[in-house]
Design a binder for this molecule. Structure first.
Ligand SMILES: Cc1cc2nc3c(=O)[nH]c(=O)nc-3n(C[C@H](O)[C@H](O)[C@H](O)COP(=O)(O)OP(=O)(O)OC[C@H]3O[C@@H](n4cnc5c(N)ncnc54)[C@H](O)[C@@H]3O)c2cc1C
Length: 499
């Protein structure tokens, strides 16, 4: 069960009370439904909010059901608080490096409780956009409570029964709690409780070497925790290009983060206030004590307690089973966001929601499979990716263009030359040229329909000097691969922070 409920927000200070008053007002009374809705959405995170507001703006009668906090993970326990925390960590890091820039900062202290107060304050400041008032002003009927299907045209929430022509499941995901012996003894933190901390853990263990583990490891290390990342897999950021993830790993090591990857027989125990992480290595048991343990070991889609079997909505390993038009196995019910997608990002939830609006209410046949979804990890340096990986498309030939930034003026001035920018392009073999030309025409037409801006060759693009994108503009090979005439041959791009 999700702990992102109204009672799990801590501390109950003015900022959290302000947040609650927006995203789950304690005195809110659900409306009484007036007839059948065109669309009922279960889940008020990014996917649900975008669907509900978009559909209502287009004139549909829409209801949105949220059981905990409107805004979902992104606002309350995901993107917003994590990026606010990273910002303070970056400031601390810059002060630490002050001497390098000719500045004497004799000493500085991290006031962790003020850092976290800033996180709560900014989260509350952003919250009205996702709040009840803003939604009702946009014509959405908001119901606070758990939504459950009664049959293929009715959903109940508390004592209200909402009838619908179409429904959308946007119930998101929750942190996966891995089956590690002793986990019940150590009261681990997850992203749902991490941002309640008011005291810096002196020693922090992070279980999981993925994006959330990486971002939080760097944030806490820069704020003064001694951080260790544990993972049973032996790769850091295993879903990223190896060269890029190694650069981020080195940066984290420079911040003092240590790594125990590929560990065997991971287990937890407790010794008074200390939480112990143990594993086996070379026939020995290694044990280390920590003040807090954060579990960042992936996400589990929220598919339970909705009576999905009653309405013949099937689930698979990604969550709700959908076709490429995001229709579930019940033709009247759609899904979008973390609950059905392997791209668990806010911008992906937003893009899928926009597809659902058209496909559920109008006669659109847009496909999620047509999207090319990029993502970013907000460590320093940041890591961004779009498209295929060099090692993921066996049997296909690609040309990899890699640019290290050590000769780019701006990177040298910023002292950030360790960054790389990598393009993976498919060479224009003769039999591909025709396909490429066709694809290119299609894309250019689509682009032109969307925008009347002239398409610029990369070398025509005006860049301020010095700037990191010069690395792309000044490199002939990359220019060729990015030129609009062969834009379709650019299949992938990994970049490490180009601000
Ligand atoms: C620490 C962290 C940092 C992140 N940072 C980023 C980032 O920087 N950039 C990025 O793009 N993505 C980031 N993400 C991912 C992003 O938060 C999610 O992809 C996004 O929130 C998914 O939106 P969603 O609407 O699908 O689901 P959610 O945000 O999970 O919303 C689902 C909502 O449904 C509600 N619900 C569930 N069941 C029911 C029910 N039966 N009845 C009523 N309501 C129900 C839940 O309470 C929840 O509010 C981060 C995630 C984490 C954990």
């Amino acid at each position: 069960m999700s702990t992102t409920d109204t009672n799990s927000l801590w501390p109950q200070d003015q900022h959290n009370l302000e947040l609650l008053s927006q995203v789950h007002p304690p005195d809110y009374v659900n409306p009484t439904p007036q007839g059948r809705y065109n669309l009922v959405v279960i889940g008020g995170g990014t996917a649900g909010l975008v669907t509900a507001v978009g559909a209502s703006t287009l004139g549909a009668e829409v209801a949105l059901i949220e059981k905990n906090l409107l805004g979902g993970d992104c606002l309350n326990v995901g993107c917003v608080p994590s990026k606010a925390l990273l910002r303070s960590a970056r400031a601390a890091h810059q002060i630490k490096r002050a001497k390098e820039f000719g500045l004497n900062v004799p000493s500085y202290d991290v006031d962790f409780s003020s850092v976290m107060e800033r996180v709560r304050k900014l989260r509350a400041l952003i919250s009205p956009v996702d709040g009840v008032k803003s939604l009702t002003e946009k014509g959405v009927d908001v119901y606070l409570g758990t939504g459950k299907f009664v049959d293929s045209s009715t959903i109940e929430v508390g004592d209200r029964k909402l009838t619908f022509a179409r429904a959308v499941i946007a119930t998101g995901s929750r942190p996966t709690l891995p089956n590690i012996p002793g986990i019940e003894e150590i009261e681990p933190l997850t992203n749902e409780t991490l941002f309640n901390l008011t005291e810096l853990p002196k020693r922090l263990a992070i279980i999981g070497a993925g994006p959330v583990g990486a971002e939080m490891a760097q944030a806490f290390a820069r704020l003064g925790s001694v951080v260790t990342i544990f993972d049973t897999q032996n790769r850091f950021l295993p879903n990223e290009d190896r060269d890029a993830s190694n650069i981020v790993k080195t940066s984290l090591q420079q911040d003092g983060v240590t790594f125990s990857l590929g560990v065997k027989n991971l287990r937890f125990s407790r010794n008074g206030n200390e939480k112990i992480v143990s594993y086996d290595a070379n026939g020995q048991t290694i044990s280390s004590p920590f003040d807090q343990i954060l579990i960042a070991a992936g996400r589990t889609p929220n598919v339970e307690h909705m009576n999905l079997d009653k309405v013949h909505v099937e689930v698979n390993s990604d969550g709700i089973k959908v076709n490429s038009q995001l229709r579930t196995t019940n033709p009247h019910i759609f899904a979008c966001g973390d609950v059905c997608s392997k791209f668990k990002y806010t911008h992906a939830a937003d893009a899928l929601a926009r597809i659902v609006i058209g496909n559920s209410l109008f006669f659109s046949t847009a496909k999620a499979s047509d999207l090319n979804i990029p993502w970013a990890i907000y460590t320093d340096p940041e890591l961004a990716h779009v498209g295929v990986y060099s090692d993921s498309e066996e049997g296909k030939e690609y040309q990899t263009i890699r640019l290290d930034l050590e000769h780019v003026d701006r990177a040298i001035l910023e002292r950030s030359t360790r960054r790389l920018h990598q393009n993976l392009t498919r060479p224009p073999w003769p039999n591909q040229r025709r396909d490429n030309r066709r694809l290119s025409r299609r894309r250019t037409n689509r682009r032109n329909r969307r925008s009347h801006e002239p398409q610029r060759e990369p070398e025509q693009t005006r860049l301020g000097h010095p700037s990191l994108p010069h690395a792309i503009r000044d490199n002939k090979k990359v220019r060729r691969s990015l030129s609009p005439h062969s834009a379709n041959s650019c299949h992938s791009q990994t970049s490490i922070e180009i601000p």
